[in-house]
Design a binder for this molecule. Structure first.
Ligand SMILES: *Cc1c(COP(=O)(O)O)cnc(C)c1O
Length: 402
């Protein structure tokens, strides 16, 4: 069992810092990280935390202390990562559809570059030749994950260079003298089936033969975590054993060494995060009983954006009788978090907690309806610490020409 915060801890934090508030349990992040490193101890493996899931610099500093490296998708994430103390070579920059200037900025900062189109590979090769190593993002066309919206490996995806364009990649590498240090794939999110990773690894081994200077194969991420109580997660121990086995075979056959990299985002931070909200209003209609909370899709968009399920608990009345509610937000849009959800009886003023709110929660928030972004609190060794203050009206006006 992973550790988790108690209702009392969450209630105390809500009382002290107000609601809505995002709360992150550092202990749960650490437990996840240690589980991963333990599962993959059979072969040299590195983990690059995909920081777009949760980017607060305090969280990054904590994850750095655990020993992880960092995966960034924008130059600003790279800069925040450097600020958090990550070494440039411990940052992998994996942008998509950015201009060449942003990639050049990454080179100037000294971080590792992951290229995801032929056109950019050609530009990079013409500009830098063999002087700066690159990683190449391949789309192996493995459709992964249950949800098309969060899959990136399908044939229509904008991500990566198609495996069917391998000859084109080879031509560019040969003519420009590029130093290819790594191959990368990332086929989507919430992949429970470990065969998806193993199939991908197999494809990568096939491609690896073309590149003499290859040092690592990055299998991206998409580890699934349970959102519902009875849901399973990716079996990382089984995956770790199979990856070690396959890699040992590859190394034996080719007489070459290769590191395996992963880029977990959700896996490290999803369950560690809680969004604590307060119930403003109970509203009986002809259709349902609404519990209207002081949040909305401006603060947690996943249910409306991806149809994601988030477990909700009433921490103010955990032993109350079960009743059925439709949980909605307070913004002028249909922001339904859950339709006909069984909750312990809810009264106005109760605290409702959204679980698994650590990944893509705060990070996808907006100030729609001119509402303020929530505060963020991190609990380390049982001690809560404010790591981002609640926004103010001044923050909203900041930058506007008055
Ligand atoms: C988003 C992303 C990840 C992390 O995905 P999760 O599902 O959160 O683990 C990893 N690698 C890349 C390139 C990404 O864009």
């Amino acid at each position: 069992m992973l550790p988790s915060l108690t209702n009392q801890q969450l209630t105390d934090i809500a009382n002290e810092y107000g609601t809505p508030v995002y709360v992150y349990d550092a202990g749960q992040i650490a437990a996840r990280y240690h589980k991963l490193t333990d599962a993959f101890k059979g072969h040299p493996t590195r983990f690059f935390y995909a920081c777009k899931a949760l980017t607060n610099v305090n969280v990054l500093k904590y994850i750095k202390r655990l020993g992880a490296s960092l995966d960034c998708v924008s130059i600003n994430e790279v800069k925040i990562g450097l600020l958090a103390g990550f070494g440039a070579k411990d940052i992998l920059f994996t942008p998509n559809c950015v201009d060449f200037g942003e990639i050049m900025e990454g080179v100037e900062l000294g971080v590792r570059i992951n290229i995801d189109s032929i056109a950019m590979l050609e530009r990079f090769g013409n500009h830098y030749g063999s002087s700066y190593p690159v990683c190449i993002r391949i789309n192996p066309h493995i459709v992964a994950g249950g949800n098309y919206k969060i899959s990136t490996g399908h044939i229509d995806s904008k991500f990566g260079i198609s495996i069917h364009q391998l000859r084109h990649i080879e031509r560019v590498v040969k003519t420009t003298g590029l130093h290819v240090e790594g191959l990368h794939m990332h086929t989507g999110s919430e992949i429970k089936d470990i065969d998806v990773f193993l199939q991908g690894l197999d494809i990568m081994f096939g491609v690896a033969a073309q590149f003499d200077e290859l040092e690592f194969i990055d299998l991206g991420s998409g580890f699934k975590v349970p959102y519902k109580e009875d849901e399973l997660e990716t079996d990382v121990y089984a995956l770790g054993a199979r990856v070690a086995e396959a890699t040992a075979r590859y190394e034996h056959e080719t007489k070459r060494k290769v590191e395996i990299w992963f880029e977990p985002g959700k896996y490290l931070v999803s369950e560690a995060g809680y969004l604590v909200t307060r119930v403003n209003l109970i509203k009986h209609t002809t259709a349902t009983v609404f519990a209207g909370i002081n949040s909305g899709f401006n603060q947690l968009i996943r249910p409306m954006f991806y149809d994601s399920y988030h477990r909700i608990t009433n921490i103010s009345n955990p032993d109350g009788p079960n009743r059925i509610y439709t949980v909605v937000g307070n913004i002028c849009e249909t922001d339904t978090f859950a339709w006909d959800r069984v909750l312990n009886e809810v009264k106005e003023g109760d605290y409702l907690v959204f679980h698994n709110a650590g990944a893509y929660g705060f990070e996808m928030s907006s100030s729609f309806n001119s509402r303020l972004r929530p505060a963020e609190v991190m609990v380390e060794d049982g001690v809560p610490k404010l790591i981002r203050r609640r926004q103010t009206l001044e923050d909203l006006l900041n930058g506007q020409v008055l």
